[in-house]
Design a protein around this ligand. Structure first.
Ligand SMILES: *Cc1c(COP(=O)(O)O)cnc(C)c1O
Length: 329
């Protein structure tokens, strides 16, 4: 007989984050924690930026991807893994698979940017394309997974992915000591949930915030409604946060441990990209600016506080970057 409890996904805990930290050690970069006197002066706070734009694969997603694949039982892992994504998760799965010697299939829309397809192939993954207007990628992905015995690694709603993402907060707090606030970028919630698990344990009393694009505020709405709210695909330059709902695993963790979720506009993201480029010499993609944009644009009351901020990724093609950071004429 089916056990009703077994249908509820098991939530990861701090112990899973600690196990993830051991798995990724020496493989993922321990990214630097940066400070800026200009940013501190603008906000009256002490800000600590965790620079995951300098992570392998260009984003924090490598942590969760590597951890999830490494945690599979040997005989399961040997068959290979599959992911659907045209973004940072795909690159992270492709890179992690190569490092672990595991075959990987990435399902991408056939109109995905050619550079992304090439980077993913360059890491040795097999790219299977589909027509996003006529084919359902999940159906296609499941068919391929079943036919070849591959394990699906989702981008955020997976205990080992969440635990892997949490390692960034573990490293951050190891370096800074206790924080008053921790601000993360929010798409499907893997980063925020993982960071919440780590920070609640290592910096008790820290107030944890998630930041979403204004147009894609499903997380904020879900947080306040107490249930997962689904929205249509939002129009925003934050392409890594165009998710339309939080996960079944990420939501309860966020609901239980996060203080609030706030939003920023695309214009605020662009200003933050300019700030990072001109003041801190960093290339940060729009989605990677979410947390910093909220702090630099007064969406959170940070004055007098010690605040950790996740810079989550730097994968933006150089032409878009140049266009976005160029001064308005
Ligand atoms: C995926 C991604 C996010 C959102 O992460 P979730 O775990 O889905 O909330 C934020 N920033 C970047 C750069 C990403 O690639």
């Amino acid at each position: 007989m089916a056990d009703p409890v077994a249908a509820t996904p098991a939530l990861p805990t701090f112990a899973d984050v600690a196990a993830a930290a051991r798995r990724i050690e020496g493989v993922a970069h321990r990214t630097p924690v940066l400070t800026s006197r200009t940013a501190d002066a603008m906000t009256g706070a002490s800000l600590f930026f965790k620079a995951e734009n300098l992570q392998r694969g260009g984003a924090f997603k490598f942590r969760g991807a590597y951890n999830a694949i490494a945690a599979l039982p040997d005989e399961v892992r040997a068959h290979g893994v599959i992911a659907f994504s045209s973004g940072n998760h795909a690159q992270a799965i492709a890179l992690a698979s190569r490092l672990l010697g595991v075959p990987a299939v990435i399902v991408m829309p056939e109109d995905a940017p050619q550079v992304k397809v090439e980077v993913t192939r360059g890491y040795g993954a097999e790219v299977v394309t589909y027509d996003r207007y006529s084919q359902d990628r999940e159906v296609l992905g499941r068919e391929i997974a079943q036919a070849r015995g591959l394990t699906l690694i989702p981008p955020y709603d997976h205990p080992e992915v969440i635990a892997g993402q949490g390692t960034l907060a573990l490293e951050l707090i190891e370096e800074t000591g206790p924080l008053d606030m921790l601000v993360a970028c929010l798409g499907g919630g893997g980063q925020l949930a993982g960071c919440a698990l780590a920070a609640a344990e290592r910096s008790p009393g820290v107030a944890i915030y998630g930041v979403e694009p204004e147009a894609g505020d499903d997380g904020r709405r879900s947080f306040h409604a107490g249930r997962v709210v689904t929205i249509p695909v939002p129009r925003t330059i934050a392409d890594g946060a165009q998710t339309t709902y939080l996960g079944q695993i990420t939501f309860p963790i966020i609901r239980g441990r996060v203080a609030d979720i706030v939003t920023v506009s695309d214009a605020e993201l662009v200003e933050t990209m300019r700030f990072f480029a001109s003041r801190m010499k960093l290339v940060v993609e729009p989605t990677g600016c979410l947390a910093a944009a909220a702090v630099l644009h007064g969406k959170l009351d940070v004055a007098g506080k010690r605040v950790g901020i996740v810079i989550s990724g730097g994968n933006v093609d150089i032409a878009s970057f140049a266009r976005l950071v160029a001064p308005a004429t």
